[in-house]
Design a protein around this ligand. Structure first.
Ligand code: NDP
Length: 256
C-alpha cells in the first residue's frame, strides 16, 4: 500500500448516513473499514459496495459496538489489512422508539438509558481511544463525531437518553481536542437534522411531515447531504477546522 494512502473507519457503515459515508470516502480514494451490528445489513452493504470496488478497498464486519473486545478485534483487523486509520467517523447510533415515539422522561427506563449511552457515547469513546495513539504518533488524523440536532436544540421527538448521548459528544470532542493538541489531529462534530434513513422513517410519516414544515430549505435531508460534509472534514483541505459543530439540517436549527 502507498504510504500516503488514507485509511478510514466508519462505525455503523452498514446503512443510512454511515453507508453513504463509506461510499463517499471510497470514491475519494480512501481505504475504508466499516461495521454494523446486524449481519443482514452488513451483507447488503458489502454486496452493494462490491458492485463498484474490489475487496482490497474495503473491510466490512459485524461488530457490536457495546463489546470492547469486538471493537478492539475490528481495529486490529484494520491494522493487519492496512494500518491504523487516520480517519475515524463515529456514526453508529440508536434512537429507541416505541409505537408513540421515545418514552417520555417520566417513563424513561434505566435499561433504555444504559443501552443508548453505551452505543452512542461509550461506543464512540472506545473507538476514539483505539485510534488516537496512532494518530498522535503520525501527527495527522481526522475524527468526526456524528451528533444530532437533538443534542443542540430543544428536542422535538427524541427521547432523553438520545438527547443526552448526542449532547455529551461535545464533551468528548473537547477532551479529544486537549488530548490531541499540537499534533495535527482534528476533531469535529457533524450534527444532522432530519435525514431520511431507517432511523428517521419514511418521508410520509407524521413526524417527518411535521419536520418538513420547520425546514427552511424545503426538503428532508438525504444521507449524502451528511456524507459530503463528513468527506470534506476528512480531507486534507479541512486542517484548520477543529472543535467545530457543523449543522447539516436545512436550516431547521440555525444558531446565527
Ligand atoms: P441507521 O439506523 O440507518 O444506521 C445506524 C447504524 O448504526 C447502522 O449501521 C447500525 O448497524 C449501526 N449500529 C447501531 N447499533 C450498533 C451497535 N451496537 N454496534 C454496531 N453498530 C451499530 O441510522 P442513521 O443513518 O439515520 O444514523 C446514523 C447516525 O446519525 C446516528 O448516530 C444517528 O443518531 C445520527 N443522526 C441521524 C439523524 C436522522 O435523521 N437519520 C438525525 C440526527 C442524527 P445495523 O443496521 O447493522 O444494526
Amino acid at each position: 500500500m502507498d504510504a500516503w494512502q488514507r485509511v478510514a473507519v466508519v462505525t455503523g457503515g452498514s446503512s443510512g448516513i454511515g453507508l453513504a459515508t463509506v461510499t463517499h470516502l471510497l470514491h475519494a480514494g480512501f481505504r475504508v473499514g466499516f461495521f454494523g451490528q446486524s449481519a443482514s445489513h452488513v451483507d447488503q452493504a458489502r454486496t452493494m459496495i462490491r458492485r463498484q470496488f474490489d475487496d482490497g478497498w474495503f473491510l466490512a464486519r459485524c461488530v457490536d459496538l457495546t463489546s470492547p473486545q469486538q471493537v478492539a478485534g475490528f481495529f486490529s483487523d484494520v491494522q493487519d489489512r492496512w494500518r491504523m486509520p487516520d480517519t475515524l467517523v463515529c456514526n453508529a447510533g440508536i434512537s429507541p422508539k416505541g409505537p408513540e415515539g421515545a418514552a417520555p422522561f417520566a417513563r424513561l427506563s434505566l435499561d433504555e438509558w444504559n443501552k443508548v449511552l453505551s452505543v452512542n457515547l461509550t461506543g464512540a469513546m472506545l473507538c476514539c481511544q483505539a485510534v488516537v495513539p496512532a494518530m498522535v504518533i503520525q501527527r495527522f488524523g481526522r475524527i468526526i463525531l456524528i451528533g444530532s440536532i437533538a443534542g443542540r436544540a430543544l428536542p422535538k421527538v427524541a427521547g432523553t437518553a438520545y438527547v443526552v448521548s448526542k449532547a455529551a459528544l461535545s464533551g468528548l470532542c473537547r477532551s479529544l481536542l486537549a488530548a490531541c493538541a499540537g499534533t495535527g489531529v482534528t476533531v469535529n462534530i457533524v450534527a444532522p437534522g432530519r435525514i431520511v434513513t431507517e432511523m428517521a422513517g419514511t418521508p410520509e410519516s407524521a413526524v417527518n411531515r411535521a419536520a418538513l414544515e420547520r425546514i427552511p430549505v424545503g426538503r428532508l435531508g438525504e444521507p449524502m447531504d451528511v456524507a459530503s460534509m463528513i468527506g470534506f472534514l476528512a480531507s486534507s483541505d479541512a486542517g484548520f477546522i477543529n472543535g467545530a459543530i457543523i449543522d447539516v439540517n436545512g436550516g431547521e436549527f440555525a444558531p446565527l
